[in-house]
Design a protein around this ligand. Sequence first.
Ligand SMILES: Nc1ncnc2c1ncn2[C@@H]1O[C@H](COP(=O)(O)OP(=O)(O)OP(=O)(O)O)[C@@H](O)[C@H]1O
Ligand SMILES: CCCC(=O)O
Length: 366
Amino acid sequence: MQEHSFRILVINPGSTSTKIGVFDNERSILEKTIRHDTEALRAYKKIIDQYEFRKQTILETLDHEGINISKLDAVCGRGGLLRPIEGGTYAVNEAMLQDLKRGYSGQHASNLGGILAHEIASALNIPAFIVDPVVVDELDPIARVSGFSLIERRSIFHALNQKAVARRVAKQMGKTYEEVNFIVAHMGGGITVGAHQRGRVIDVNNGLDGEGPFSPERAGTVPAGDLVSLCFSGEYYREEIMRMLVGGGGLVGYLGTNDAVKVEKMIENGDEKAKLIYSAMAYQVAKEIGAASAVLSGKVDAIILTGGLAYGKQFVKEIADRVQWIADVIVQPGENELQALAEGALRVLRGEEEAKQYPQAVKTTV
Ligand SMILES: Nc1ncnc2c1ncn2[C@@H]1O[C@H](COP(=O)(O)OP(=O)(O)OP(=O)(O)O)[C@@H](O)[C@H]1O
Ligand SMILES: CCCC(=O)O
């Protein structure tokens, strides 16, 4: 019997671009990165105000590429900084739209994903979904304890790519994601290292502005007391400190670039500082993997290295040399977020999973 074919539009909004894809089942028939002029984006005060502009650009691009949107079966967007929720595919509902619009856990381009999916899908009377947003929170209670009673650890990570890669590797091993324990290190502009225990990410660093290894653009964990002293030195505004930690941290802070390919060139040209800093980034990733292996009590089926930095052969080697005693190291460079969005929507359209419902805000009585 011929398999039913679903056509899905997927949308992944980034800070300066919107990536879109059209899939017939798992097969990509169009993938496009729409670059937005930074001047055009600057005209909008808040990220959320860009949605009409981005929607029109997406629709024009689809039209230009000859995609008839009336043939779509669903639209799936990258989820944003919502309330903490468990992983999976969620139907876009009113509560979600409200939280995306106000940026419940902060402002992030991915907040536009669910809104754009809803806007396009509702006009066509088809379902809209999001899959594994960055706020996926499956932390064990013990992992939430920070050691400072006023601050709880939070789960903010590359859930979409980490879970998609983990599912793919599990399948290659002839198992399901729910049958294996993996450590997944997503190494892109930000770096997050997740301890995946039988389908749940029970511990992971908050890679947005919290903790973990430093990355091309982010500082990761820094010595707390020294940071407090810097904050109260009177020399910096809050925004300046945040910019130095996120965006201007990591490789950018030390070497003036977030481009690891450039850093590799600097090393080739004999730059000793670049060599030390690049090795330190690999060292910190390895250390975080070691910590995740303790979280999993050493029961680790594989360590997976993914994201753009996983293309760097020397970088990967330095990490692997330190951690391959724990488990096999599997390298899956780049990220496949469009495919992951399509696969998440497909699991629901095929009835393999039920779409999860995003929780309504709890009403408090005064
Ligand atoms: N061939 C390569 N060798 C080494 N590093 C590479 C290579 N290709 C890309 N990178 C590096 O990967 C990093 C970007 O990774 P990626 O594209 O996954 O990040 P992003 O999507 O911008 O951010 P994030 O993954 O945090 O959402 C950059 O530092 C880039 O220089
Ligand atoms: C860590 C959350 C995803 C990102 O890097 O923006």
